[in-house]
Design a protein. Structure first.
Length: 473
């Protein structure tokens, strides 16, 4: 399941011509058989569910207005659909294949290649991405900067100029003189880069639908609703200061900036929380409840002074907020939440020589049992600088764990979990998607540009700058 993010449906009419089947198995463009007309992959226009279409017609209108350019793929994080004018035979079979394209995280399953926006190719022919990257570097030189998050596929990381965590990459982008910054990660990361970017810099993302389970557990309206609830028992503008994990969208960072708060990273959470408590008696920490609780324990904040706000089930006992020092948002990383105390106990039993190192987004019960706890950068540094022969069970995303094992053969590295968790959203970015962005730049077209409106960018930037100022002291 895609959790809260999977709001797309397969649009009607859905048929069974070879067009949809060929798309599902990754041939590009599909070999159409008799009766198969066209396939369009796109998103519901705004107002579609109220009976509107992109052209302002009725919802029941024929889908031809959505299929004028069958080579164009439009993706949306929250509302994606497939429309096919095909024959009815095999209807259910095609629906199953359509859903299969949305399962990049199934162990042993390789998601078929899907045509990237604006890229046309012959059937069974794949883009040679390394050639496109090389050509883009020759043609664009220092005007191009390719960034890749640690959780990206190896093929993407190998093509990047730099790899790192989200804030580290955003700061590299802002410090560079590149005009085009291709951010291979998830959308909130590209937003952060756009917020910090210099005048004239353009941030592009290979997959616009690469969201984040944690980041999309919160937004500006839901924060305003919590602020209104707090207003019933206190003056939040005077008594509460918000702190946002950088794994949030730009509008959440903007809220925090407007309310005098700051962002934090997993490595700076303790420092920023200390700063926040020195400013006001209460702190609202969003959106990762486990990072907030693990940090609170390091600061010695007792459990009775911590409350959790669940926006789906508002707490009717609002007096609890008046008695609390730390208010946590009920959000979690759907990768790190998969590590369990049983995993640590199993490793202790089966591999007693191994040390356990986990990310602070993990459950508090897991953090308490671990030997080491730290950010992605801390995990990388600890493992890579450990003596030869060291053994590490690592509690973080599997691509990073596998890369650490491959790049440090003198150290044994394996996942803490029996079934290593992958980030399905990071999995979305494929070499073909990167090739499409670079191919567009070579032809003079900027695709998937990430833009943050000034009214959001300025307060969001303020929250990030406060964090940098706090951690630089």
């Amino acid at each position: 399941m895609w959790g809260e993010t999977d709001k797309g449906v397969l649009g009607q009419p859905l048929g069974a011509g070879a067009a949809l089947e060929e798309e599902a198995v990754g041939k590009c463009p599909p070999q159409r058989e008799e009766g198969a007309e066209r396939v369009t992959v796109g998103k519901f226009p705004e107002g579609y569910f109220e009976g509107l279409t992109r052209e302002g017609g009725s919802r029941e209108a024929k889908p031809d207005h959505l299929a004028r350019d069958s080579s164009r793929t439009i993706t949306s994080f929250s509302r994606s659909f497939v429309v096919a004018n095909t024959s009815y035979l095999g209807h259910c079979h095609r629906i199953v294949k359509g859903f299969a394209m949305c399962l990049p995280w199934v162990p042993g399953y390789v998601r078929p290649a899907v045509r990237a926006r604006g890229v046309k190719c012959e059937a069974m022919e794949r883009i040679v991405v390394t050639d496109v990257v090389a050509e883009a570097r020759r043609a664009l030189g220092e005007r191009l900067l390719i960034l890749a998050h640690h959780y990206q596929r190896d093929e993407i990381v190998e093509a990047a100029d730099y790899r790192g965590d989200s804030l580290e990459l955003s700061r590299r982008a802002a410090a560079s003189d590149a005009r085009w910054i291709v951010f291979c990660g998830v959308h909130f990361m590209a937003e952060t880069a756009a917020v910090l970017a210099k005048e004239g810099q353009r941030v592009l993302i290979p997959r616009e639908d690469a969201g984040c389970f944690l980041a999309h557990s919160i937004d500006y309206p839901s924060l305003m609703e919590l602020w209104r609830v707090l207003s019933d028992v206190m003056d939040p503008d005077e008594e509460v200061i918000p702190v946002a994990y950088v794994n949030t969208t730009a509008d959440v960072k903007a809220f925090v900036g407007e309310k005098g708060g700051a962002c934090c990273t997993s490595s700076s959470a303790e420092t920023v929380l200390r700063w926040a408590f020195s400013r006001r008696p209460r702190v609202l920490f969003v959106p990762d409840q486990y990072l907030g609780r693990n940090t609170a324990r390091r600061l010695g904040i007792p459990e009775e002074e911590i409350v959790v706000w669940d926006p789906r089930f508002p707490d009717l006992d609002r007096e609890r907020f008046a008695r609390a020092r730390l208010i946590l948002w009920r959000g979690t990383c759907n990768v790190h939440v998969r590590f369990l105390p049983e995993d640590v106990r199993r490793v202790r039993r089966e591999r007693p020589e191994a040390k356990v190192i986990v990310h602070p987004e993990c459950r508090p019960e897991v953090v308490e049992l671990a030997d080491e706890v730290g950010s992605t950068s801390y995990i990388i540094k600890t493992v890579t600088t450990s003596p030869p022969g060291s053994v590490w069970a690592v509690g973080t995303e599997e691509r990073l764990v596998s890369r650490l094992a491959k790049e440090n053969p003198e150290v044994e590295v394996f996942s803490l979990a029996e079934v290593p968790p992958f980030c399905s959203y990071m999995s979305l970015t494929r070499p073909e998607d990167l090739g499409a962005i670079l191919g567009g730049l070579l032809s003079g077209e900027e695709r998937n540009v990430v833009e943050v409106p000034p009214e959001i960018r300025e307060p969001a930037r303020l929250s990030l700058e406060r964090m940098l100022e706090i951690t630089s002291k």
